[in-house]
Design a protein around this ligand. Structure first.
Ligand SMILES: Cc1cc2nc3c(=O)[nH]c(=O)nc-3n(C[C@H](O)[C@H](O)[C@H](O)COP(=O)(O)OP(=O)(O)OC[C@H]3O[C@@H](n4cnc5c(N)ncnc54)[C@H](O)[C@@H]3O)c2cc1C
Length: 403
């Protein structure tokens, strides 16, 4: 069996390895970080569509054992008055309801699940270049080592090295916001755990959720020019807190007090996106996840889209007759959906679109997107359910991999 190389052991790369392994491929992940603890501070929410993708990989348990569930969304105006409170996504299904997790914990859980299934993960392997050949592709790493495989899947994030070769000149662009996030223990908020509260403030969009052990996970999105990633010392955590609290004090909401009492350092990042239309593949190499279609965080869908990518890519390679047609099938299924997310999320970040009142995401059930549910269903033939024509064979019939 020919090997598929995955570069990047984040959410997209590790989930893709789980999916390819489930489809019967030999897969190895090469991750730049020496361990699993990257970006341990940040958190995210997985939406019902992402949880559905995980369920198709049989990986729900690995993820529901960490973080905490979110069943509903409250919306507050700038006076702190509740203007809406509604269920989010598939709140009644324990496996599919939204989940709030620390990103490092999610990465570690997915990687542990991959290792448990016998998938190789090479840490400390930073890809520097690759070469597409007629029958195989070679990946070269910073330590001088080289790996070869039938295909190379680039899941190396928004600053992807692979994308720079596949789509020269394409760089992430600012979506016009800076995102701050942190944790506050013992915040003076009355909320129960189990829902996320979004505050439409006059200077910032603020969101928070209280964990079962009373830790408040919060973020603020503030309209601003993109700032350098490496901030000078004067803009360090305490200055950051001061500036943010001053912005949030303009409103009578719980936001300013939550940030003022933040327990640890406050993290900050620019909201960036990859322009729609970016090429995704070249020869035997394809980029997925944030490398291909990072969106601003406003819809909170990046990780869920990465999990969908994993299932659809593995099914494409399982169901199409060869790699070229598999990549075309994958792109036909994925591009409209992920680029819609980039557009909607970018419009919310730039203030030209109002976010929806229930959930932040195009959850399949809510939008009635039966086509997506059919595509994610592991047992369906992706060609048949995507209108590309299929044999009607069962998943078991199609288990022989042929990249
Ligand atoms: C502030 C903020 C908030 C967010 N909130 C949410 C949210 O609530 N919900 C949500 O769904 N999404 C959210 N997202 C988006 C989400 O984090 C990303 O969409 C998701 O992490 C993408 O996963 P990925 O695996 O494609 O990329 P990454 O998570 O970036 O993983 C890329 C991996 O590749 C590795 N790598 C990089 N370069 C190389 C190389 N040359 N060689 C080998 N390995 C390499 C990295 O070390 C990393 O492990 C948010 C993003 C931001 C910035």
């Amino acid at each position: 069996m020919e090997r598929i190389l995955v570069v990047g052991g984040g959410i997209a790369g590790t989930a893709t390895a789980l999916a390819l392994h489930k489809a019967g491929f030999d897969v190895v992940v090469h991750e730049a970080h020496p361990d699993t603890a990257e970006d341990i501070g940040a958190f995210l929410t997985l939406a019902s569509n992402g949880m559905r993708a995980l369920a198709q990989l049989g990986a729900s348990d690995a993820v529901t054992s960490i973080g905490f569930p979110l069943r509903s969304l409250r919306l507050l105006d700038d006076r702190g008055s509740e203007v809406a409170h509604a269920p989010m996504g598939e709140a009644d299904d324990a496996l599919l309801r939204y989940r709030c997790l620390r990103r490092g914990a999610l990465n570690a859980a997915l990687q542990a699940e991959a290792v448990r299934r016998g998938i190789g993960i090479v840490h400390g392997a930073r890809l520097v270049s690759f070469e597409n050949g007629p029958h195989q592709v070679s990946a070269r790493f910073a330590d001088g080592s080289v790996a070869t495989g039938a295909l190379l899947i680039g899941a190396d994030g928004v600053n992807s090295t692979l994308r720079r070769s596949i789509a020269p000149g394409v760089e992430p662009v600012s979506a016009g916001q800076r995102v701050f996030y942190g944790y506050t223990r013992g915040a003076s908020v009355a909320e129960e755990t189990g829902h996320i509260t979004m505050v439409r403030g006059s200077n910032a969009s603020f969101g928070y959720a209280v964990s079962p052990d009373r830790e408040t996970y919060w973020f603020a999105r503030v309209a601003t020019e993109a700032l350098p990633t490496e901030e000078p010392a004067a803009s360090g955590p305490s200055r950051r807190r001061e500036q943010l609290v001053a912005l949030l004090r303009a409103d009578a909401t719980p936001a300013a007090d939550i940030v003022a009492a933040a327990t640890d350092g406050i993290m900050a990042t620019n909201a960036t996106e990859i322009p729609p239309g970016t090429p995704w593949h070249s020869g035997r190499t394809l980029i997925i996840g944030d490398a291909a279609h990072a969106a601003s965080p406003a819809t909170g869908q990046g990780a869920s889209m990465a999990l969908e990518d994993a299932v659809i890519l593995a099914k494409s390679l399982r169901d199409a007759p060869d790699a070229e047609r598999a990549f075309a099938l994958y792109e036909a299924c994925r591009r409209p959906r992920v680029e819609h997310n980039i557009t909607v999320s970018g419009q919310i970040s730039r203030g030209t679109r109002t976010p929806p009142r229930t959930g932040s995401a195009p959850s399949p059930r809510r939008t009635g997107d039966d086509a997506l549910i059919a595509q994610l269903d592991w047992d369906s033939d992706l060609r048949a359910v995507s209108g590309e024509g299929g044999s009607g064979a069962t998943a078991a019939d199609r288990s022989a991999p042929r990249p």
